[in-house]
Design a protein. Structure first.
Length: 116
């Protein structure tokens, strides 16, 4: 097993509030928006999955060539949680909050970098 110091991991987490209900509850809107976010962060999507909850809410997973991007939504609260893990130093992590603001227009955003 490799020493953890030899493994590069960039783990970013964001909570967004005040996001449009329709965007958070529409597979047809959320998937292409998430794909644009990945593209803007220099991440390559290889597969995508979406699960719809009843009566509303979505969980979306983008499998990346570098790891994953996951989004979970609570449309009734205008809330979403974003989790990106990548093993590539090519991710534009300095633009993480800026890109999320551009595509989701939250009234509030909180971003954290998880350190290992």
């Amino acid at each position: 097993m490799p020493n953890s110091a030899q493994i590069y991991i960039d783990h970013q987490v964001a909570e967004l509030e005040g996001v449009n209900f329709e965007l958070l509850n529409s597979e047809d809107k959320l998937l292409p928006t998430a794909q644009k976010v990945a593209e803007q962060l220099n991440l390559r999507v290889v597969k995508s999955f979406i699960h719809r909850f009843d009566p509303h809410g979505l969980s979306l997973m983008l499998v990346l060539s570098q790891s994953h991007l996951a989004i979970h939504t609570w449309p009734e609260h205008g809330y979403m949680h974003v989790d990106i893990v990548t093993c590539s130093a090519n991710m534009a992590s300095s633009k993480f909050a800026e890109v999320l603001k551009k595509y989701f227009s939250p009234t509030k955003i909180t971003c954290r970098k998880i350190e290992y």
